[in-house]
Design a protein around this ligand. Sequence first.
Ligand SMILES: [Zn+2]
Length: 438
Amino acid sequence: MGAITVRSASFFRWSFILVSLCSFAHALAAQTPKPSQSPAGTPSNQRIVIAASQVFDGKGGILQNRRIVIEGSKIVAVEPYSGGPVDYDLRSLTVMPGWIDAHDHITWIFGKDGKNAGMTGTTQDDAYRAASNTWVTLMAGFTTIQSVGAANDVPLRDAIAAGRIPGPRILTAIEPLIGKGEDTGTPDEIRAFIRKQKEAGADLIKIFASKSIRQGGGMTLSFEQLSAACDEAKKQGLRTLVHAYKEAVVAATLAGCTEVEHGTLATDQDLKTMAEKGVYLDPQAALIINNYIEHKDQYIGTPGYTAEGFAAMEKILPLDCDLVRQAAKTKGLKVVFGTDAVAGMHGRNAEEFIDRVNCGVDPMTAMVSANSLGAEAMGLGDQIGSIAPGMQADIIALDGDPVKDITAVRRVVFVMKSGVVYKNVAKSAIPVYAGVKP
Ligand SMILES: [Zn+2]
């Protein structure tokens, strides 16, 4: 009997490990960046060689004088360079992995009348505007974004993945779970909603557990509802990003969710708890609120944007900077980079790096948050976010060194995604996209 018990225990343990591995493999397969399959944007299998004098490896390291060799969509070698023929000479620039924006609303646009038109537009004009968002985002150096989300992200994600139009790799939540108290549904109904997103092809799950900060940011899901959502997503092999302020931050952390978005008004103790539980934080230093203020006339009067809401945002702005500073000081807290890009922000995503550094974040930490750490948070740490053999060839180059001058993030002169070069311009002739002055 004793022996059987031991065998059973080990059988169950192995079954559990196998099930876990299967769901992990499934999650990766679902989120694996798909290199282009059609002729447009397909990397050729020829070798491309880049010479660089300064390479950020994406994990905080700096390599000097390297030759980066790319075959197809992947980096195959990073080795010392001491001369010889190259295809792209990026010496005199800072070379690093393409950036990752963990929080984007890529289809969010201003309409023909210039007013906020949200992210659910379906006309031809809306579609072109969304495609333009992807173009300027890629030109700004962002090779992967996570859209959190809208149903019309899906055709855009798939068109880019197939190489039909240029843009960053898109991961999408499709339809978010919006907390509405009891009206959100029972835990079982919430679980069914999560499975529905998975079936529709979601790469992750987005959950609103707090009201907008413009409406006070109160919690909109019970702990039981939140736990059901994050638990079911985990069972489906999907990560959960939770829009949370104040008390919802620690609730999302204890409910087993993956990442907290915004996090405004979290206490120091909440941040410590997040660090202990390994929950990622994606705070915004200033760009999102500054963008609303800059485009106030275009937002005010459209659904969700009132004069009182703007007053609330203006009050919150310095608190967001405090949160980013406090998060950076919290030992072991994994802080990723996400802008919350809405209309007016697309192609200006990198301004948030400048805001973070102005709020007290070390510049290299800010870079890593949008490279290896951002990739790890997406479960893609072995594919994107670093410059090393075997990784996707997502490579950008800046005129200047962002560690010495963070405004160098505005001067992206080279963009390669999955081995395809989308931008390669002279330092003196950087085109202006989305109003970003080099
Ligand atoms: Zn958002």
